[in-house]
Design a protein around this ligand. Structure first.
Ligand code: GDP
Ligand code: MG
Length: 423
């Protein structure tokens, strides 16, 4: 059974929370794209954890976790993350964590280049997390990447680093007029953190293909959401990788498989971190109240997230792009304080009512068409059955299900593992 858990919106929908919940009976959890530019928060009986690179299955003793070839990995950050979890009693060994030898290493010069470019852009910046993600994915496709497997090839590593650093300095020194990067420093960085990471590196495609053959239960964990996908998202305010379920087999190392189930995670309202068009955005007191109620501050960066009304146009589109079979709605409890619930039911683009998600300047010009539903005004965090929910909350769920045309299977009413309703 191959299941993908993916974001339908702009990210931070609660994917980590749902992977933690639904991985109970899984054999393997794989992260297939992205790097440490986002955070997945998991709250369970062991406490609260924020994971940037490690798959969320790492908190389950019986699950083997894979970091796939589609990822970009900052080894220094990974070492820190492993250390943090280990110090809290989580066991991480080559038996429960496997890192693809094809994953590309996010180097210190990628992080540097990310900052240099955001500085250069000033008020035209993209809102990068400055974790080196766009520079490292660019290098992957320029074929100037250093891959995890390269650090196992001692004999040729030094020369590889030298060649690539020379190339990178053309831009760092020549273009940005910044201080050049030293090949020695980069080599030493690779040696230092590589020593700790080496035991985890293998051809994870072999492992996963065998797992597929043995009919193991495999869960593919996405980072970010459909609207951040490099092809289908709000380009150029996207991330630099494919966040969609269709990429899961490729980014994991099992490109020939077909997913059995795609579970899309949708937030009961909208949130969006960083720059870019965000049509259903709320402002002023209304936004502050929702941000506070939802604790909408970036898990990786601490940045306040922009918040908005539930967006039918964007969410419908997200479901289509992801090919979602069923939906988990999260953070419904956060909206309990609202007397009236705003919903963006369509866009107005140049006076025309639009339901298909637009791109480019048409999206920039889109204005939200808002309708209101009645709030329920009572705490729902202890509800465990659909019928426990107040009628207004049920109406809201039913409205969304109809509007997005995809079955809602789970409703999350709290961050804790068991705070959910199965429909
Ligand atoms: P991810 O990036 O999709 O994994 O999501 P994040 O972890 O960045 O953001 C989701 C936040 O909401 C986390 O702090 C979760 O602990 C929290 N969360 C998830 N589901 C619920 C829910 O149903 N109710 C509440 N109140 N919080 C939730
Ligand atoms: Mg997140």
């Amino acid at each position: 059974m191959l299941t993908a858990i993916v974001g339908i919106n702009w990210g931070d929908e609660g994917k980590g929370r749902m992977v933690d919940l639904l991985s109970e009976n899984q054999d393997v959890v794989v992260r297939y794209q992205g790097g440490n530019n986002a955070g997945h928060t998991v709250v369970n009986e062991l406490g609260k954890f924020v994971l940037n690179l490690l798959p969320s299955g790492i908190l389950r003793e019986n699950v083997i976790n894979v970091m796939g070839n589609g990822m970009v990995i900052d080894m220094e950050h990974l070492c820190g993350e492993i250390e943090k979890l280990t110090s809290r009693g989580i066991k991480i060994t080559p038996d429960n964590l496997k890192i693809s030898d094809r994953a590309v290493i996010c180097m210190p010069y990628h992080v540097l280049l990310d900052s240099l470019e955001e500085e250069r852009l000033k008020d035209k910046k993209y809102g990068s997390t400055k974790r080196g993600i766009a520079p490292v994915y660019s290098d992957k496709y320029l074929k100037k990447g250093i891959r995890m497997g390269d650090i196992l090839d001692e004999a040729t590593l030094r020369e590889k680093v030298e060649d690539i650093v020379n190339y990178k300095n053309l831009l760092i020194e020549g273009g940005y007029k910044a201080e050049s990067v030293k090949a020695d420093d980069m080599y030493n960085w690779l040696k230092k953190f590589g020593e700790l990471i080496k035991p985890f590196i293998s051809d994870t495609g072999v492992f996963l293909n065998n797992a597929v053959k043995e009919n193991k239960k495999i869960m593919f964990e996405a980072q970010l959401g459909a609207l951040r996908d490099i092809d289908f998202g709000i380009y150029p305010y996207t991330t630099s990788s494919s966040t969609i379920a269709a990429y899961a087999p490729i980014g994991s190392g099992v490109p020939g498989v077909k997913l059995d189930k795609i579970i899309g995670i949708v937030k009961a309202y909208s949130s969006c971190v960083g720059e870019g068009p965000f049509t259903s955005e709320l402002f002023g007191d209304e936004a502050d109240a929702l941000r506070e109620a939802g604790g909408e501050y970036g898990a990786a960066t601490g940045r306040p997230r922009r918040v908005g009304a539930f967006d039918v146009v964007a969410t419908r589109y997200g479901c289509i792009v992801q090919g979602a079979d069923e939906i988990a709605i999260t953070k419904l409890d956060v909206m309990s304080y609202m007397k009236q619930i705003p919903i963006c039911v369509a866009y107005d683009v140049d006076g025309e009512r639009v339901m298909d998600f637009p791109i480019g300047d048409r999206l920039n010009r889109a204005k939200p068409i808002i309708e209101y539903m009645e709030g329920w005004g009572t705490d729902i965090s202890n509800c465990r059955k659909f019928t426990d929910l107040p009628q207004q909350a049920r109406d809201y769920i039913i409205f969304i299900e109809k509007a997005i045309g995809t079955k809602i299977k789970y409703v999350s009413v709290g961050a804790d593992r068991d705070a959910y309703i199965e429909l």
